[in-house]
Design a protein around this ligand. Structure first.
Ligand SMILES: *Cc1c(COP(=O)(O)O)cnc(C)c1O
Length: 372
């Protein structure tokens, strides 16, 4: 069914299981993983990944939108699915039809859900300092009010940390303040006789740098896929994470570029000597950042092949000097291992001046996803 056609993603499900094990041994026993499978599971393929997670006993998932949640339900995911983002009233039907848990993104949104009148299951977002989504932590009256809305079944509250990856004193202090704000909200709700809800706060870096925290769920994203956001990131927890995704493409043509000749759009690369070049059947429409033009490399037969010229929508060019016997049909590795060499998503992110989260979540629709 699945073919390694022009360009594809290979998913190492053993590595995924390994990473789940690492997180489970790090987290307190009564804290459950609630993996972030938004953005097509960070490009890995939401259905394949979520099914594998479900087989490993995971019963809660987070997605960005109601549409993502609906897609998972239609594919047979049975656990709790939390929509982290905004759902427009025109999509409220989906929340009900697919039994999704919606985030109350602020007090106003709670009133919108109330006006609709149907019974929604929700988690209340708390803004503890990121100032993105959530009702402000110090608006306790407003937060408590949400619990009293008759048609809302509030099963959880959560917040999000925005500098838990930071290692300096300032970021640590800010994170600790966020944690205190969240704990304050929980305690204050309990003091007012409101209980029976689950709490969650940590994403990957919150888990890896503040593993002593003990909430009901941990929303692991990027690190569950076996990588960190940045190449030089350091974390406190000593876990061994293994990358789940490899990105590969075919060599579709091999040719000579003679000294002084230029190649590709804008003639952005010029050959200083006669050289062999390869054309790969993958481009920016597949998620290879265009900023990798004349930057970075791929692997072929265990050797590096530098990117030359501009990345095209569906193709890219590489320098094959130093790689003998490359022929059309060969596999090029853009992320993953080839022989003794490895390119990690963090490496590609570094070349493209971004984080691996962006690289992965933008992996293209037309890449085949193959579990190996
Ligand atoms: C994306 C997201 C996560 C997961 O973050 P990672 O850093 O990838 O682990 C957790 N919580 C919220 C609210 C998110 O938006």
């Amino acid at each position: 069914m699945y073919q390694k056609g022009r360009a594809w993603i290979e998913l190492n499900m053993e590595h995924l299981k390994h990473n789940i094990g690492q997180f489970r041994s790090l987290l307190p026993a009564d804290c459950a993983l609630m993996p972030a499978v938004k953005a097509n599971a960070y490009g890995h393929g939401a259905v394949l990944i979520s099914k594998a997670l479900q087989e490993e006993g995971i019963e809660s998932f987070c997605v960005a939108s109601a549409a993502e949640g609906a897609g998972l339900r239609r594919s047979g995911i049975t656990g709790e699915i939390l929509v982290l983002g905004y759902t427009h009233p025109e999509q409220f039907d989906d929340l009900i039809a697919y039994d999704l848990t919606q985030t109350v993104v602020d007090g106003n949104y709670a009133r919108q859900l109330k006006r609709d009148g149907r019974r929604f299951t929700v988690h209340v977002g708390i803004d503890t300092g990121m100032h993105r989504l959530g009702e402000r932590w110090d608006h306790l009256g407003e937060i408590a009010e949400i619990f009293r809305i008759p048609n809302l079944n509030v099963t959880g509250i959560y917040s999000h940390l925005c500098v838990s990856d930071g290692k300096d004193g300032k970021d640590r202090a800010y994170t600790i303040e966020q944690i205190h704000h969240f704990e304050y909200v929980v305690e204050e709700l309990h003091r007012r006789g409101i209980g029976g809800f689950k709490c969650h706060l940590q994403g990957s870096y919150g888990i890896l740098n503040y593993s002593e925290l003990c909430f009901d769920y941990a929303r692991a994203g990027i690190a569950l896929y076996g990588i960190l956001s940045g190449k030089n990131d350091k974390v406190d927890a000593s876990v061994e994470l293994k990358p789940v995704l490899a990105l590969k493409a075919r060599v579709e043509s091999v040719k000579m570029l003679y000294q002084g000749e230029s190649a590709g759009y804008g003639l952005a690369y010029c050959a200083e000597k006669n050289q062999k070049i390869g054309v790969l059947s993958i481009g920016y429409a597949d998620g290879v950042p265009r900023s990798l033009s004349n930057r970075g490399q791929v692997l072929l037969k265990g050797k590096p092949a530098p990117v030359i010229g501009r990345i095209c929508m569906d193709q890219m060019l590489v320098d094959l000097s130093g790689i003998e016997h490359a022929v059309p049909g060969d596999e090029a590795v853009l992320i993953g291992k080839s022989g003794d060499l490895e390119i990690r998503a963090e490496d590609m992110a570094g070349w493209a001046d971004t984080i691996s989260n962006e690289i992965l979540s933008r992996m293209g629709e037309r890449l085949e996803r193959i579990a190996v």
